[in-house]
Write a protein that binds this ligand. Structure first.
Ligand SMILES: [Zn+2]
Length: 207
């Protein structure tokens, strides 16, 4: 039987991909495997061949604090949004539904006791086939920006070395030229003369 994913999920997925570029997809999935098809699951195509569930991989990198890199913001977005297309979400042993159950109000987390605690992915079930935007914010979880190709301080120093050497060389040459010029000697003797004269004019000066 041919199947396709609900447009609602395709739109949501596109928004999530935009907000979390480069996210891991190892536990992603839509259509159900044989264990799913043996029971009622939104991963199984409905009578129209449409799949209404999407498993979104929980970030599985080395930083345990970032475990919910994608799943947590997505789950909380859906919970806060209260979009009529959202059916239920399962994540890390918890579940919220868009409808009331005895003792469990809609849109609140409650323990999930199914066979799979959903620690590697967040399960999103939706109603219908409406592909309207969800409004998942592109900045929910900003990823590290690609490194701008800036020269390092060492590279700058190395590039400048010949220039600096030339400039220093010029400056040394200039200083030497000034020191050796007859005008400098003149200036020196002139200032000496001024000093001498000042000494003569100083009334306190003895001798
Ligand atoms: Zn699932």
């Amino acid at each position: 039987m041919s199947w396709r994913v609900s447009k609602a999920l395709l739109t949501l997925r596109a928004e999530v991909e935009k907000a979390h570029p480069g996210r891991s997809k190892v536990s992603d999935g839509t259509v159900g495997d044989t264990s799913h098809s043996a029971r009622v699951s939104d991963h199984n195509p409905d009578e129209n061949g449409i799949v209404h569930a999407w498993d979104v991989t929980v970030w599985d990198g080395p930083d345990p604090d970032a475990l919910d890199d994608v799943a947590q913001p997505l789950a909380e977005f859906l919970r806060a949004k209260r979009d009529p297309r959202t059916k239920y979400v399962i994540h890390r042993g918890q579940m919220f539904r868009s409808y009331d159950k005895p003792g469990i109000p809609a849109w609140t987390w409650s323990p999930y006791t199914g066979p799979n605690g959903h620690f590697h992915h967040v399960h999103v079930s939706v109603y219908g086939d409406d592909g309207a935007p969800w409004g998942y914010p592109a900045t929910t979880n900003p990823q590290p920006q690609p490194e701008v190709d800036m020269p390092t301080a060492k590279e700058i120093a190395e590039a400048l070395r010949p220039v600096v050497r030339e400039e220093v060389g010029k400056a040394i040459g200039w200083t030497r030229a000034v020191a050796e010029s007859p005008n400098v000697a003149d200036t020196d003797s002139q200032s000496q003369r001024l000093k001498d004269r000042a000494a003569h004019l100083d009334p306190e000066r003895k001798g």
